[in-house]
Design a protein around this ligand. Structure first.
Ligand SMILES: Nc1ncnc2c1ncn2[C@@H]1O[C@H](COP(=O)(O)OP(=O)(O)OP(=O)(O)O)[C@@H](O)[C@H]1O
Ligand SMILES: [Zn+2]
Length: 457
């Protein structure tokens, strides 16, 4: 336990609030997972890095975190207004595969990205398609309580029945009605949303029997049903990207309030977008995968470092220069760490300052700046190392795993020679030097901006 009070910004109250868990030193945390119709982009991954940072901060404060993450493998429609195709069926059609195949493929690719970024695994990862019965039961409860109505294409939640609908987003229902731009179809109100959609005349790849007819669940119901199954009717923290505030999380709050008469989660936290050229990175627009960063010679952990340089509640603008800077700084930090002796103690003053930053709504930029203050401080070198490794429990940069390797002078000389040959366009000669280096038991890894590293094979 720490002396510093934990405080988080709660989107529900629009305030920084002291964190108070339901169970002593236990936290139920639900993070909305990916829709697995395509590769995750680095924007999506920024949100999962934010979740990971929060989890690490809770753990460092002595909490046991029950972290649940769903996999949306059905029901997320192209439009948040409940129209358009299901993203999975559309993805399958474009990629000439079955919806089931792409779900499995992109889920694995996503989990591999999380691992490369050193993101701690959720306690439970649950798929929407494996919880259809729970979703049907949830809708039945809503139906019994009079919150639903049927149209020709599905079962809808009647948002007019909840006086405080939209409180998370502070939605202006009257304003919404006046400036209606939502595809209403047979909906009674623009904010009403689908709980169950009928397959209609078409045969879908993913469809199930239900008391209302063959079809598939809406996107919002999956998270509410699975969160309740694994974390109970009210749990501590519900988290996601900022785009979840006006629709997805608003609707989750509504359906849980209607079913259980309780708030679904006490704290609602939202990570802001990663942008490129002032535009949200998105699968349908400008996208960028972690794999592309690696192909450009950057390490996934350099991207992790980059995300730590901005607060989760501010937009981060991606640039290759920014990433190159993060990569360089990470290398410099590793060099420092490996040059410090082991066996020291965590400096209590720096520890207190660090906890002050991370516990006040995850102020990572200030926590990161403290790293360099520690390095330049007058404290014992071994204490510096212990203090930095203590910080790394939150940063997740694997600084404790860095080992110092002494590269023989001859190998160093050959690597420089190869680099110069490459710059002159003499690639065959450069390749033969690479082979000589390999014969010494080392390999050269080409990296961004004409940088290279030498590692044992
Ligand atoms: N540019 C972004 N920056 C940060 N987080 C993002 C960004 N785009 C989406 N997210 C978040 O990523 C998580 C996973 O979202 P999901 O897989 O449903 O992608 P998505 O919202 O369909 O993405 P896209 O809008 O690119 O299609 C959500 O919490 C979402 O809020
Ligand atoms: Zn969700």
């Amino acid at each position: 336990m720490t002396q510093t009070t934990l405080q988080f910004y709660n989107t529900l109250s629009r305030q920084l609030m002291p964190f108070d868990s339901i169970g002593p030193l236990r936290v139920g945390l639900y993070a909305c997972g990916p829709t697995v119709y395509d590769y995750a982009h680095v924007g999506n991954l920024r949100t999962y890095l934010f979740v990971d940072t929060l989890k690490r901060v809770l753990q460092l404060n002595g909490y046991q975190v029950n972290h649940v993450m769903n996999i949306t493998d059905v029901g997320h429609l192209v439009s948040d207004g409940d129209s358009g195709e299901d993203k999975m069926e559309k993805g399958a059609r474009i990629q000439h595969k079955s919806a089931w195949e792409i779900a499995t493929f992109f889920e694995s690719a996503f989990l591999a990205d999380l691992e490369r970024l050193n993101i701690l695994k959720p306690s439970i990862t649950c798929r929407a398609t494996e919880h259809i019965q729970e979703q049907i039961s949830f809708i039945q409860s809503l139906e019994e309580k009079g919150y639903t109505y049927q149209t020709s294409d599905g079962i809808y939640f009647d948002t007019e029945k909840l006086p405080d609908y939209g409180k998370l987003a502070r939605l202006d229902k009257q304003g919404l009605l006046a400036g209606i731009r939502v595809d209403m179809a047979e909906k009674r109100h623009p904010t009403d949303f689908a709980l169950w959609k009928f397959s209609g005349g078409q045969k879908r790849q993913m469809e199930w029997q239900s008391p209302w007819g063959i079809g598939f669940p809406g996107w919002h119901i999956e998270c509410s049903a699975m969160a309740e199954k694994y974390l109970g009717e009210t749990f501590d923290i519900h988290i996601g990207g900022e785009d979840h505030i006006p629709v997805h999380h608003t609707n989750e709050i509504a359906q849980c309030q209607a079913k259980n008469g309780k708030v679904q989660a006490n704290y609602w936290m939202h990570g802001y977008f990663l942008n490129i050229n002032n535009e949200k990175i998105s699968k349908s627009g400008v996208s960028l995968r972690l794999e592309s960063l690696i192909e450009h010679g950057y390490e996934p952990l350099a991207y992790r470092y980059l995300t730590l340089t901005s607060h989760y509640r501010s937009h981060l603008s991606f640039s290759w220069e920014g990433l190159a800077g993060a990569q360089k700084t990470l290398r410099r930090l590793r060099d420092k760490i490996t040059s410090l002796p082991a066996g020291g103690n965590i400096d209590s003053q720096f520890k207190a300052e660090f906890l002050g930053y991370i516990n006040r709504d995850l102020n990572m930029p200030q926590a990161l700046a403290l790293v360099w203050k520690v390095i330049e401080s007058e404290i014992e070198p071994a204490d510096k190392k212990s203090t930095l490794l203590y910080f790394d429990q939150i940063f997740g940069l694997d600084l404790g795993k860095v080992v110092r390797v002494t590269i023989p002078d001859e190998v160093q000389r050959l690597a420089e020679q190869r680099q110069s040959l490459k710059q002159q366009g003499r690639y065959d000669e450069a390749d033969s030097i690479r082979d000589q280096i390999l014969a010494y038991g080392y390999q050269v890894n080409d990296s961004a901006d004409r940088l290279y590293t030498i590692t044992p094979r």
